[in-house]
Ligand binder design. Sequence first.
Ligand SMILES: [Zn+2]
Ligand SMILES: [Zn+2]
Ligand SMILES: [Zn+2]
Length: 366
Amino acid sequence: MSDMQNNNDAQNQSIREIRINPIVPSESVLVATARGMRPKKKEERIERDTRKHVETCPFCRGNESMTPPALVTVPNETQWDIRIVENLFAILGDDEKKSNLVMGLQQTIDGYGRHEVIIDHSEHGIAVFDMSSEHIANVFKAYRDRMLALYEADDRIRYVLVFKNFGPAAGASIPHTHSQLIAMPVIPENVHSELHHSEKYYDKHHQCIFCGLIDEALTFEATIYDRDSGEVRRKVDIGQYIIESTEHFIAIKPFASRYEWEVHIFPLKHQADFIDCSDELIADFAGLLKRTMKRLDNVLEGVQYNYFMHTVPHGKEFKNNQNSYHWHLEITPRTSIPTGFELGSGLFVNTISPEDAARQLREVDI
Ligand SMILES: [Zn+2]
Ligand SMILES: [Zn+2]
Ligand SMILES: [Zn+2]
């Protein structure tokens, strides 16, 4: 392992550059791989709870009375594999609509919305890569169907965010494997930036920037030119960012990754809205997600992570984004704690080159 590490360090010694996120140019990352350039503190890992069943856990089978009644159960109420309930500690509530407040330059929007918990599996501590592909597909179908139901039930809902926190390092407060869904009255800033910039790109180039990046990853070798002299600085094999591609999906290590082991999964064929994703596509996606999580777990020797879904919001004002936006799942494993430099500057420091991270993930024998 240490030989490999030395080898990798030697390969990447020269990397110390600021990479601009091609989709959201205001987000940039400092890739600095030399040993002396590692200001980051490794996150101290609290081991996660891997037990199969816990008597006192409200999400374990048999303890259904400890949660609010189920909104959805798959395949049925008693022998459920997946169960969706309202979150008892909701971030956003279902209250009467109050008027929005403005105090000078500061304003608030009423925290109206819904917050639900998807109990991903009846087995307490199971990891995604240990679930069957069929089961993972059912979880994502449950996300899709629930998102649609929420949009249809209330036109004040502007965005439904689906995310998962896995392990204490990723902020999971209940160890039983679960994900969450928050239906919000606003578009989250990250999604808004992606929508805005991809629309601008589309207006100029008549192409979806996400499709463009996928095409590049599959076909091109890119040349990086020096800004001032225009001379060729380096040729990059863009394919080196691919971790795996399937018939319908691709897992990519973003060129300007904020987090060392961040991976994004995109449908290969343009699709703006996750709600349009067919059962057949989801089945393919599930297999790729399972393998991607296995790769991450293998390289990181136990992965704790967040994942979240970015998809086009519903509503007339987003009609234009059907061509320019492209849904995706972002997976961000947690390995280090952001420093004051990162929080203060907004410039994230990545101490493993995305090329090297992609190679390590690709090479996992699965
Ligand atoms: Zn449990
Ligand atoms: Zn696209
Ligand atoms: Zn995104």
